[in-house]
Write a new protein. Sequence first.
Length: 75
Amino acid sequence: MLTLAPAKLVQYLKGATSRKLQMEFPELRKRYWGQHLWARGYFVASSGNVTDEVIKSYIENQSDEHEEESFKITK
């Protein structure tokens, strides 16, 4: 099993998503040339003594009552 520090995981995710977004939206590449697309910070919290199944169930059962307020990208 591979273990990865949260800071390194976040670094990889931010790098990969930044590259993918800039490839899909060239205007971002121009706007953020030589700068960072994502902020430097991140938040990590422990779920304590909760199983993966409980967390998965919680996520799957979230309501969509505020769906209209969600951030969406449309082409």
